[in-house]
Design a binder for this molecule. Structure first.
Ligand code: NDP
Ligand SMILES: O=CC(=O)O
Length: 294
């Protein structure tokens, strides 16, 4: 099957590679075109623009940074809209808000194409291992057609109904994740400041009711102040911002998420946006010691 892939960042590169390895004929595009080279060497074709990719592909998948990127790849010169038409599908797997997704849906369907939003839960390693959780919504026919690709990319896919539900579900999930990361950071800092072993604290967490893969994976690296980017902090802050906007719309009070968002914003302002989102720990450490990092 011919599949297009737009956006070869941390996630997109791993996902496009899995499709290629599984026998899909993949045409790739990335804003920084040089990043296509590695996949081209492994057998992918390259399109010079998103439109060129869509013209060659029955289905085109996008995995882009944020709403600005998702909109620009569709609407700008050389964008998806120039070539999308009846018989073609566009699947946006980026994490964006429902409004962004609805705008893209309207434009694609006005041209006769089919649209599916399909953000994913799971980070760099699940993307590499084809173990993502796919939160799809939109055109059911396109969802059914995309199942062979989703089976390569993920361990489970959900069809959540109309466009917007996938985006919103992803934001709710990541809002919880961002708050939990802040709680873990505070716990590590409090344990350390109280003279307790941070590793023993993690071991105890891991045996109890609040054990989870994220604490287990990120905790030991956080103790070492090591934050190689799997899920960039700037994207987690974007997700908190969009989730808080969803809370505003629905008059849902979310003081915990709002505080977490402030910590991620502070981390961004200190230049930590390209590190892993666990780098928010640096902020908690600073706050915890009255200005002096411990
Ligand atoms: N990393 C993770 O663990 C997860 C990420 N996500 C979500 O997936 C999406 C991608 O994440 P990730 O791969 O980590 O992000 P990266 O920052 O690694 O990659 C972002 C991609 O978006 C492209 N891009 C950025 N701005 C624009 C623009 N204005 N126009 C066109 N392309 C643009 C980048 O191109 P260029 O190379 O030229 O900069 C790059 O291909 C995000 O929405 C993120 O929230 C979801 C689940 C997990
Ligand atoms: O969006 C990030 C993730 O880990 O899921």
């Amino acid at each position: 099957m011919d599949v297009g892939f737009l956006g070869l960042g941390i996630m997109g590169k791993a996902m496009a590679l899995n499709l290629l390895r599984s026998g899909f004929r993949v045409t790739v595009w990335n804003r920084t075109l040089s990043k296509c080279q590695g996949l081209v060497e492994l057998g992918a074709s390259m399109g010079e623009t998103p439109a060129a990719v869509v013209s060659k592909s029955k289905y085109t998948i996008a995995m882009l940074a944020d709403p600005i990127a998702a909109l620009s790849v569709v609407f700008e010169k050389g964008g998806v809209l120039e070539q999308i038409c009846e018989g073609k599908g566009y699947i946006d797997m980026s994490t964006v808000d429902a409004d962004t997704s609805l705008k893209i849906n309207e434009a694609i369907t006005n041209k006769g194409g089919k649209f599916l939003e399909a953000p994913v839960s799971g980070s760099k390693k699940p993307a590499e291992d084809g173990q993502l959780i796919i939160l799809a919504a939109g055109e059911k026919e396109l969802y059914d057609a995309a199942i062979p690709a989703f089976d390569v990319l993920g361990k489970k896919s959900f069809f959540l109904g109309s466009v917007g539900n996938g985006a919103n579900m992803k934001l709710v999930v990541n809002m919880v994740m961002g708050s939990m990361m802040n709680a873990l950071s505070e716990g590590l800092s409090l344990a350390g400041s109280s003279g307790l072993s941070q590793q023993t604290f993690l071991d105890i967490l891991d045996l109890g009711a609040i054990a989870n893969p994220m604490f287990k994976l990120k905790g030991p690296a956080m103790i070492q102040s090591s934050y190689p980017p799997a899920f960039p902090l700037k994207h987690q802050q974007k997700d908190m911002r969009l989730a808080l906007a969803l809370g505003d719309e629905n008059a849902v009070s979310m003081p915990v998420a709002a505080a977490a968002n402030e910590a991620f914003k502070k981390a961004r302002s200190l230049g930590l946006g390209d590190l892993d989102f666990s780098a928010v720990h640096e902020i908690v450490k600073v706050i915890g010691s009255s200005g002096e990092a411990k």
